[in-house]
Every structure is written in C-alpha cells, then in structure tokens.
Design a protein around this ligand. Structure first.
Ligand code: DSN
Length: 442
C-alpha cells in the first residue's frame, strides 16, 4: 500500500512524515500515549474501515457482515479471556463514550454518582463539573489525602452519606495502586454499582503488575491505546460479580452503546486492531514490557526526587507520576511543558492535589514511561532522562505566572522567547536527539 498517499496527497503525506520524525527524535512521555506496532496499524488501515455494521454479531442492521461478525466475535473472545470476564463490548469509539454508556446502562437522570475529583487525578467523565456526567447526574467527588494517596475513609463516609447509584474507581493522573478491594466493600455496603476505569493501567493489569479489578467490581471500562498499546478505542466489560448483581447487565451495556447511546456504526477496522493488540498483549514479551514500564517509572521518579524535585505521593506504583512544582511557584506546569517540548521531551501540564492555580495554568506536569519503554529504554536511560528534566526545571523555576489574564499571555510569550534562547535547553535537545537515535520507534 505504501506510496499511494504521497502520490494522491503529498501535503498530507509530508505532515505524517513530519510527525513520525518528531516522535522518533523526541521522548514521548505523556503517560496515556504509546507507540503501536506495525501489525496494529496495518489492521487499523485495513479495508474493514469500509463496512457498516450497526448492531452486534449475528444481529446486524446491514447485510454483508459475515466476515465482520467473525472479526468482532474473535476480539470479544480475546478480551474476555485476557481480562477474565464473562461479557465484553468492544465497540466504544473511545473512553468517554464508553463511560457515558455505563451511565446509560445503570443510572437514571439525577442519580447520585461518585468519582475521583478532577484535580486529584480523576477523569472528566467521572463527574467533573464541566462534563455531562455532572450535568445529568449528581456528582459527589472524593479526594486524595495530604500524602497524595486516595482518602478511602472519605470515600466510605461520602458513600454512606449520599448512597450513590454508581461509584467510579480508576484515574487519569494517580500514581498509586487503586485499592479495588476496598472500593468493592464500600460499593457492596451501600448497594452501588462499582465501575473500574482502567484506561491507564489496562496493560499493567494484563502484565500482572497491577491487581486486576475483576473480582471486586461490576463493570470495567478501558481505552485500548495507552499501556495496552493498541489503536485508539475502548471496551466495556461486565465481571462475574456484575452478572451476579444484575444478570441483564451485559445486555444493558450493549444496548447503551448502541442504539441507546452516542454511537452509530461500529468502527470495525478499529475493533480488528484492538484484537491484534490483545493478541500481542497475551504474549510473554508483553508481561516483560509491563514489568519494565513500572521499573522505569519507579527509577525515573527516584531520579527526580534525588534532584530535589517533588513527586505527588512521593513516588509511583505504576507507569506515571505527577511532578509538583508548587515549591517553586504557582502555575508553572505550562512553562515546564513548553520548555520540555523545546528539549524534545513531550509531557502534559497537569493539576496537582489542592491545586491553587487553574486547569489551564496548573502547577504540575504528568509524565510516564509506556512509550519510552516500548522503544527499549531501561533504568540507565531513566537516570539520563531524570537529569535532563531536572536541568530544564532549573531553567523555568524562576518564572512566575501573573495573576491578571491579559498579563499572562504577554508574559508567557516573553518566557517562551527566553526558553528558546536557553543554552541549557538547546544542549538537552541535542542529547535527547542522540539518545532517541539509539532507540527507534516500532
Ligand atoms: N486523555 C486521557 C489521558 O491523557 O489520560 C484520558 O482521557
């Protein structure tokens, strides 16, 4: 197939080549990103893209789905086996529609739901104020303790007080093991459905470096493109425990995805690519990969702390960490994101617990090791990268975010100019490029 795009649309082909070069020459450290395999990308770019298949295997609203049915059934079986669950829906376009389908399946408009607070590392769809999940449901957020760990006493207290219909566990910027068992006991005590959103840690669960939620929760949602290293996409699974609570739960989830929810025709090319990722994740090499992801994250967080940098909760159990810059000032996340970008290290600015700035100008950055581990980097490289990050932090820590909004834009513009002139950042950029040259992306 290669070569068609360059002929048909050279402009687009060039942009894609430029992005490939950027990824090859830089360190991708946004913890929700990864480098997918050529096999996954081949399935994703396949002819399955062309087919409409509303409905489910053997119950479609369109003809011509003999092969598509086999594809989807194969992926469902792989998901069920790998996660140890009796029911899987592999059609959600991505994580947010998957989570919305869970609400549609188990809640009525106005029900109380609980989830981890956004600036404490929770996800938008778990009841954040700006999201539909707080518009249609009464959202009661739970928080982290001062030490950066989940406050499970608060979770229990709030659950007893508000009697939620649904509790979410799982996060988007939390570096510690999720206590699924404790959440399970609390949900049982108040009769709530418990959904684990394992989007970030799905690959770690398969690699057995994070406890599986399956014995403790009723529903599991996950995206497929983070530690799982598949195409963009998502899945919703119902556990044995979920089936016991509600034998119809599988059907209710399926109906909520289609036709009741926000989706139309399933993306069968995406589903096939999820299947390829699940096959890859069932190989022993993937277990080794997951172990290394965690080893690398632990090493990196220690390297950063050795250089007097603060990591939320003082370390990590998984693939990510949140670097808290509040010791140096307010709202420095955006400065560090920019400066690291210039140095060839991609991270994202992130809120920190008890954030006293705003989500657009937060006081931390989130970074992780899934993608750089896929390239084969190990502990030695983490030490090197920890050194680079610390050098770049030094270059930005004297900046100070102005309080007035107008002033901020001008200040940031000037700060960027100064970062561009920094000899330290330029030098780190060269060293990052050299390091990346030794570790090709797949
Ligand atoms: N955007 C994803 C992340 O970066 O964690 C969550 O949806």
């Amino acid at each position: 197939m290669a070569g068609f795009l360059a002929k048909t649309d050279p402009e687009m082909a060039e942009l894609i080549a430029a992005e490939k070069k950027r990824r090859q020459e830089g360190l991708e450290m946004i913890p929700s990103e990864n480098h997918t395999s050529p096999a996954v990308l081949e399935a994703l770019a396949s002819i399955l893209n062309d087919k409409y298949a509303e409905g489910y295997p053997s119950k479609r609203y369109y003809g011509g789905n003999v092969v598509i049915d086999q594809v989807e059934k194969l992926v469902i079986e792989r998901a069920k086996k790998l996660f140890g669950v009796p029911h899987a829906n592999v059609q959600p376009y991505s994580g947010s529609p998957a989570n919305f389908a869970v609400y549609l399946a188990v809640c009525e408009n106005g029900d109380v739901i609980m989830g981890q607070n956004l600036s404490d590392g929770g996800h938008l769809t778990h009841g954040a104020k700006v999201n539909a999940s707080a518009r249609f449901f009464q959202s009661v957020p739970y928080h982290l303790r001062e030490d950066g760990y989940l406050d499970m006493e608060e979770v229990r207290r709030l659950a007893l007080e508000h009697k939620p219909k649904l509790i979410w566990c799982g996060a988007t910027a939390y570096s510690r093991e999720i206590p699924f068992e404790e959440f399970g006991k609390i949900a049982d005590e108040v009769g709530a459905y418990l959904a684990a959103d394992i989007a970030h840690i799905a690959g770690l669960v398969i690699g057995e470096v994070h406890k599986s939620p399956a014995p403790f929760v009723h529903i599991i949602t996950t995206t497929t493109h983070k530690t799982l290293r598949g195409p963009r996409g998502a899945m919703i699974m119902v556990t044995e425990k979920g089936m016991k609570k509600d034998p119809e739960l599988g059907q209710r989830i399926d109906k909520a995805v289609f036709p009741a929810g926000v989706q139309g025709g399933p993306h069968e090319h995406q589903i096939a690519a999820i299947g390829v990722a699940l096959k890859e994740a069932s190989e022993p090499a993937f277990t080794e990969y997951s172990k290394q992801v965690v080893k690398n994250a632990r090493t990196l967080s220690q390297e950063l702390m050795n250089r007097e940098l603060k990591i939320v909760s003082g370390g990590t159990d998984n693939h990510l960490m949140v670097l808290d810059l509040t010791l140096h000032g307010k709202g420095l996340g955006i400065f560090l994101e920019e400066a690291l970008d210039m140095a060839g290290i991609t991270v994202n600015k992130n809120t920190v617990p008890q954030e006293f700035s705003s989500p657009f100008y937060p006081s931390g950055v989130r970074l992780g090791t899934p993608a750089i581990t896929t390239r084969g980097m190990k502990e030695n490289e983490m030490a090197q990268i920890g050194g680079y990050i610390a050098q770049v932090v030094n270059e930005i820590k004297a900046f100070s975010l102005p309080d007035d909004k107008e002033g901020r834009i001008a200040y940031l513009k000037d700060a960027k100019k100064r970062m561009k002139e920094s000899a330290v950042i330029k030098k780190v950029r060269e060293e990052v490029k050299e390091l990346c040259g030794k570790f090709p992306i797949p």
